[in-house]
Design a protein around this ligand. Structure first.
Ligand code: SAH
Length: 531
């Protein structure tokens, strides 16, 4: 979901564009959209625009759920209509295709803007052209949005270029669906064997031994390098290599099953040099992110960029408290010498309250501002407010240390924009320094627990390498959501000593603790551990 949101934000012009298009439109329209090979980042901008603005989506098995989530990131007057046509059922392939064609024609005739989402490119072994034929015949207008095909993308993510100067000057995409041992085959394997370029095989897991034999029979060297890429571009991508004569056995031994792209040709050797995707520090690691939905993005994205598969389970969500006390504190703002912020949430809620009174940063011109960490300070700066003190470590104690030597704290009234249930450290410390503290509680973290059943099952199954915690409250909510027995099955990575203590208290093993208590600091500590 967060990834989807990031994508639409990147799209920017999306919504406006979809609306204008919709305005000029009286009849329906079917878009045959390539979803790309799996990594949601490989969807085209055009595909993203259409997903966000369409009325209906017709999708099948290879469509990434993250892309479907895109369809609902913006509020819509009517929810998008979803049609899953991926269920195999009892029907034959061709009967199924007829049904899909009929569905597209019907939706188009109803005047809807329909996205027909297809894995990879819609016209590469995707039957998209058959759907276009059916639409053309029925007089339903359509548009074709190409996608990144698995044959190129899976190879690229395995560090294999399908062409390379001096090594391969042509590439053939070929289906392995047809058994070369049968007379019905329309593929001229011996011609391909002589062509000398790269062969990229789709749907060829079961037929590979016979295809390899046909190629060798046609004169290709059995020593030709070959690779199989399973679930290309997905976080759990697997690649095995061998030669034309050994690859099928290697795949069998390693349990590589569909979906697989097989690449045959000398370019495969380049993987040694330019392999990258599966060499990133967190590749193959499953990491649970427990931050509240509204805050998970920066942590999840950083972990993904380092190669991890991220499971988002928002342990907590933010519940804004009764605005009364904050409103009256804002009215009395000139009585305060300081306002202290300890989280971005507090900044956001404070700012919203300020704006609700038609005030802005100028209202705080005479007040000094303290923040516990750099992310909180950055959130303040986004509102045009620079902090007056920033501690070198990001815990309340360090903020207090930074205030200790100042003369403008003793006897001064301080507004502490707090979270309900937050530690007393800052308040007590300020009082010790002689300040008069008004603690106003702006919000509280309440358990969210979305997806916790599924995660519980996964944890019990040993299905995660690490769970990340960025606050003591998220530890508590996580344990409550998945259960003690499941929680202790996964090792913890914590943002700092307070959070670690909370995790240990719940019986979790804290394998990693950030030296710098920030999100980048946490990611750096995790990466260092696995490197
Ligand atoms: N239109 C799709 C291909 C559909 S045929 C495209 O352009 O990519 C289905 C076959 O595509 C699968 O059997 C497999 O060979 C290949 N495939 C699709 N996605 C894949 C992926 N992520 N990794 C490896 N192979 C994939």
């Amino acid at each position: 979901m967060t990834q989807a949101r990031r994508m639409t934000e990147a799209l920017g012009r999306t919504e406006a564009l979809g609306r204008t298009e919709a305005l000029g439109m009286t009849t329906g329209m079917v878009y045959l959209v390539g979803a790309g090979p799996g990594d949601p980042g490989l969807l085209t901008l055009r595909g993203g625009e259409l997903l966000v603005t369409c009325d209906a989506i017709v999708y099948d098995a290879l469509a990434n759920p993250a892309l479907l989530a895109l369809a609902s990131v913006h509020e819509r007057a009517t929810p998008v209509e979803l049609h899953d046509v991926g269920k195999r059922g009892g029907a034959s392939e061709s009967a199924r295709q007829d049904e899909i064609n009929a569905l597209l024609v019907r939706l188009g005739k109803e005047g809807k803007r329909v996205v027909r989402l297809k894995g990879g490119d819609p016209l590469v072994f995707g039957r998209g052209s058959e759907e276009a034929q059916a639409l053309a015949e029925a007089g339903v207008p359509f548009e074709i949005v190409p996608g990144v095909t698995a044959g190129i993308a899976a190879a690229a993510y395995a560090g294999i270029p399908v062409t390379h100067r001096g090594i391969a000057t042509s590439v053939t995409f070929v289906t392995g669906h047809e058994d070369p041992a049968k007379d019905t085959t329309t593929v001229d394997w011996s011609a391909l064997a002589r062509a000398g370029g790269t062969i990229v095989l789709y749907m060829g897991v079961k037929t590979l031994p016979r295809i390899a034999a046909a190629l060798v029979g046609g004169g290709m060297s059995p020593e030709t390098p070959a690779a199989a890429v399973q679930w290309g571009t997905h976080p759990h991508q697997r690649t095995v290599t061998g030669t034309l004569s050994t690859l099928a056995d290697v795949m069998e031994r390693e349990g590589i099953s569909a979906p697989v792209i097989t690449i045959i040709g000398p370019v495969v050797a380049l993987r040694e040099e330019i392999g990258w995707f599966d060499r990133r520090p967190l590749f193959g690691k499953r990491i649970v992110v427990t931050r509240a939905r509204s805050q998970a993005a920066s942590l999840s994205e950083r972990l993904r960029a380092a190669g991890a598969e991220v499971i988002e389970m928002p342990a907590t969500q933010i519940e804004v408290a009764d605005p009364g006390p904050l409103r009256s504190a804002i009215a009395r703002r000139d009585e305060y010498g300081w306002i202290m912020f300890t989280s971005q949430n507090a900044v956001r809620i404070f700012w919203d309250a300020l704006r609700a009174e038609s005030l802005d940063a100028r209202a705080l011109a005479r007040v000094k501002i303290g923040a516990v960490g750099p992310a909180t300070a950055a959130a303040l700066l986004d509102c045009g407010i620079a902090v007056d003190v920033s501690p070198d470590r990001f815990v309340a104690e360090a903020l207090l240390d930074a205030l200790r030597d100042r003369r403008d704290v003793r006897g001064v009234r301080v507004l502490y924009a707090a979270a309900q249930g937050a530690r007393e450290t800052l308040q007590d410390g300020l009082e010790e320094l002689g300040a008069v503290v008004d603690r106003v509680e702006l919000y509280r973290s309440v358990p969210d627990g979305a997806g916790s059943e599924e995660l519980r099952a996964r944890l019990l199954d040993g299905g995660a390498d690490l769970v990340t915690f960025t606050s003591a409250s998220s530890v508590k909510a996580f344990v409550a959501a998945v259960g003690d027995d499941a929680a202790v099955r996964v090792r913890a990575a914590s943002i700092g000593p307070i959070t670690s203590a909370a995790a240990r208290e719940h019986g979790l093993e804290v394998a990693i603790e950030a030296t710098e208590s920030t999100i980048p600091g946490l990611v750096a500590a995790i990466t260092a551990q696995f490197a």
